[in-house]
Design a protein around this ligand. Structure first.
Ligand SMILES: Cc1cc2nc3c(=O)[nH]c(=O)nc-3n(C[C@H](O)[C@H](O)[C@H](O)COP(=O)(O)O)c2cc1C
Length: 173
């Protein structure tokens, strides 16, 4: 039986930003679809700030090349699960292998737990889980990408998802 502990999002924010940076391994992001499938990938491209109806905003950038992109298009929610140092191998696996080929949760030794507000699962081993609901998305072509990214074929350019933060949690077994 897992227990859910509520975190203060803004107190967790410096650690989220620290881990987001690719040289620190990135953060995990879980996604789900209406059929009950789910997946996890690693993200380095994200921003946080105020405010959407009083909720903090979390934005991410995901290219249609990722299997996870189809999930975000099908169900506009995600969980940012922030790894610690012990999960660096897991973050690398989730950032280099595709859920098209394997169950990455199992392969990386990550335990799914039900989230409080959204369908994508949270991750027991991650000390911070940030639950997010997308309120706007911007599909390419758009000016939110760097000039280098905008030179890539359109179907490879990132969609930007703007989400409201519904809560931040830690889980214990
Ligand atoms: C540190 C790191 C940061 C990454 N950041 C992003 C990102 O911000 N957006 C993105 O679309 N892919 C990013 N990736 C790549 C995906 O995580 C990777 O392609 C993954 O295998 C996709 O999994 P999927 O096909 O199961 O969705 C990153 C990978 C790593 C290792």
């Amino acid at each position: 039986m897992t227990e859910r502990h509520t975190l203060d999002f803004w107190e967790s924010a410096p650690e989220v930003l620290h881990r987001l940076q690719s040289q620190n391994g990135g953060v995990l992001c879980t996604v789900a679809d209406p059929a009950g499938r789910n997946n996890v990938l690693t993200l380095g491209w994200g921003q946080i700030g105020p405010f959407y109806h009083g909720h903090p905003v979390f934005s991410i950038a995901v290219t249609p090349l990722r299997y996870s992109w189809q999930f975000l298009e099908a169900l506009a929610e995600f969980v940012i699960a922030v790894p610690d140092d012990s999960l660096q191998d897991a973050a690398l696996l989730c950032g280099t292998k595709s859920g098209r080929d394997m169950d990455k949760f199992a392969a990386a030794g990550l335990t799914r737990v039900p989230s409080a507000h959204v369908t994508p699962p949270s991750i027991l081993e991650c000390p911070i889980n940030v639950e997010c609901r997308v309120y706007a998305q911007v599909a390419p072509p758009h000016m939110l990408l760097t000039p280098e990214h905008r030179q890539r074929p359109l179907e490879e350019q990132h969609t930007i998802y703007f989400a409201e933060v519904l809560g931040a949690y830690r889980y214990t077994a």
